[in-house]
Structure formats: C-alpha cells, structure tokens
Design a protein around this ligand. Structure first.
Ligand SMILES: Nc1ncnc2c1ncn2[C@@H]1O[C@H](COP(=O)(O)OP(=O)(O)OP(=O)(O)O)[C@@H](O)[C@H]1O
Length: 317
C-alpha cells in the first residue's frame, strides 16, 4: 500500500493529438488526491472524455506521463486497471443479458472473486435489486444508466471516473446519483466526474478543474475558486434616468444601462468587498441626490465563473 499522501493519480504534460491533427489535450498537468471528489468542467469538445480515455486505456497519448497508485501506468497497466472504474457516457452492454448476471460478470472480468452479497448491495444502492432478473434492453433509459454505474462499481474500484453521469437523466436519478457519489466518498473512493452541469460540481466536488480546447485553465478548491473569482453584481433601478455617473462614484466599477435608468455595479472578489461597495454606492447615490426605487443584487455562481473564464480564454486565444 502506498503512503497516504501519495496522489492517487498524477498526470504530467499530457498531450493528445488525434490523427488529422486535432489537439484534444494540450500539455495537461493534474494531480488527484486520494479520497477527493474532483469535477472536470468544460464545454463540448473540451477534451474531458479524451482525458478519461487516456487514464482508462482507451486513448493512446501522444506525449506525457500518467502515474496511478504511485506507478507509471504504462508499466503497471494490468494491475492499475483493476483498481479503476469507469462509467462511460455511452451505454455499452449485452442488452439481452439480465441485470444481475451482467454485474456479476463485470466483477469477474476484473479478476475479483464472486461476491453475491456485494453485488446485492450495489444493486440495492442503485434501486436495481427489483430489476435484477430483467433483460437490460427492457429497462428505461434511466435504469440502463443505473446499470452502467453498478457495472463500474462491481469490482470495488478505488478510483472511479464518471463521464457526464447525469447527462439527460431526470431530476430524481440525478439526486440518486449525487447520493451515490456521497456514499462513495464515505467509503474513501476517489471520484473524478466530468460535467456540463455547474450545479453538479457546485453540489458535489471538493475541487474543480476547468478545461477548454484541451487546456486545463484552472484547478482549485471549489470554495477557494468561488471566493477568488466570485463577483457581486448589483443593479440600482433609478427613480429617473441620469445622463452621467455622479462624480462621487468615480472610483467604483459602475456603468449605466437602459438609457441611464439603471446603474450597474460589477465588482468585489467574493470576500464581502462587493457587498460593502454596493452599500457605499447606495449612500453615495443618496448624497448625490440620485434616488433609486429598487436594488437587485446577485453573487456569482460557479456558472458565472466558468463562463467568464472560458470567454476570457477565448479572447486570449
Ligand atoms: N477518435 C477521435 N478522432 C479524432 N478526433 C476526436 C476523436 N475523439 C474526440 N475527438 C475530438 O477531440 C476533441 C475533444 O473531444 P472530447 O470528446 O475529449 O471532448 P469532451 O470535453 O469530452 O466533449 P463532450 O462534453 O462533448 O463530451 C473534440 O474536438 C473531438 O471532436
């Protein structure tokens, strides 16, 4: 057993150029700690599935190294694979098989001894126990997805990849999935999930990485990221339009909108500075004789941060 501080996954300078020249991964460095829930966020085509494929042995990388469980994957592939689980985006199993047989088979495939009690536990946790004798093809789309997860858990992986686990599933299944991930966290399983749903990252992840055009733009503790990149937005709805911003507000990041009927503030750093500035602006407006009838205020979500980052990256590219 490797020391507790050993990262479970250590990716260095990973680059993937597909035949035809598309660079899907561009010099990616990423270290994943044992036991964490890591969310990889990125728009379509950002390189998320390619990154997972590289670790799970489905994508041959162009350059760079991957260490898993302390060993270079290219030397330790067979042993490492048994410790890794993958819930892929695409459904892939024998549709004519029954649920229980398929899950048991999957466990065997990874060299684990049969363990009907464990299989029962996995199936129950995903509300699949009642469906264990059904042919998979007869299940609904959501149920098929649950089978995919059961299949990935059947060999008790220590490192689990979930590629878009909740794309196209209903709210109930999404909640179930989140509960499932929570219980995996309690069991000490390390989870890397990719998602378009910022809400998912915000709800589940300890750390978040943002990837776009194959480049890992940022990796940070979720809370830190929101603090560091968070913004406060406030709209002062003015009693009557003004032609220019009063001098007293000159030092604040404010603009006029809607022909001078709204004064917009966008600033702060997620540490409370924004709120304090909004209060100061309110006072300054009153002192300048500008009345407002309403104040709408909003703290940025991870979604705003994400959109901001990707847009800025787009401008820089
Ligand atoms: N086998 C392949 N051959 C050539 N190009 C590929 C191949 N697989 C993926 N790509 C391209 O690599 C880029 C990254 O794709 P990838 O599937 O990794 O992105 P993603 O972030 O997972 O996207 P999505 O959110 O849509 O699943 C895309 O431009 C894609 O078209």
């Amino acid at each position: 057993m490797e020391p507790i501080h050993e990262p479970i996954l250590d990716i260095n300078g990973l680059t993937k150029v597909y035949p035809g020249g598309l660079k899907a991964l561009d010099n990616v460095d990423l270290t994943i700690r044992r036991g964490e829930i890591f969310a990889l966020l990125g728009p379509n085509g950002a390189g998320k599935t390619t990154l997972i494929g590289a670790v799970c042995g489905m994508v041959r990388v162009t350059s760079g190294t991957i260490h898993a469980f302390g060993e270079n994957l290219s030397d330790s592939w067979r042993t490492a694979r048994k410790r890794i689980g993958l819930v892929p985006q695409e459904l892939g199993f024998d549709m004519f098989d029954t649920v229980e047989r398929q899950i048991g088979y999957s466990r065997g495939l990874f060299g684990r001894a049969p363990d009907p009690a464990r299989i029962e536990e996995v199936l129950r946790s995903l509300s699949l126990w009642d469906k264990r004798d059904e042919e998979i093809r007869k299940l609904s789309g959501g149920m098929k997805r649950r089978v995919l997860i059961a299949k990935a858990l059947a060999h008790d992986p220590e490192l689990l990849f979930l590629d878009e686990p909740t794309a196209g599933v209903d709210v109930e299944l999404r909640r179930d999935m989140w509960r499932q991930i929570d219980s995996l966290r309690e069991q000490g399983v390390t989870v890397i999930l990719t998602t378009h749903y910022i809400e998912e990252a915000e709800e589940m992840a300890d750390r978040v990485g943002v990837i776009d055009k194959g480049r890992l733009l940022l990796v940070d503790e979720k809370a830190e990221m929101m603090k560091r990149l968070g913004r406060t937005e406030a709209h002062f709805i003015l009693a009557s339009p003004i032609a220019q911003i009063p001098d007293a507000l000159g030092s604040y990041p404010v603009t006029l909108a809607d022909d001078g009927a709204i004064l917009c503030y966008r600033g702060g750093d997620g540490t409370g500075k924004g709120k304090a500035e909004v209060a100061a602006i309110a006072t300054a407006l009153v002192h300048s004789g500008v009345a407002f009838t309403a104040l709408e205020q909003k703290e940025s979500s991870l979604e705003d941060i994400f959109v901001d980052l990707v847009e800025r990256q787009g401008l820089a590219a």
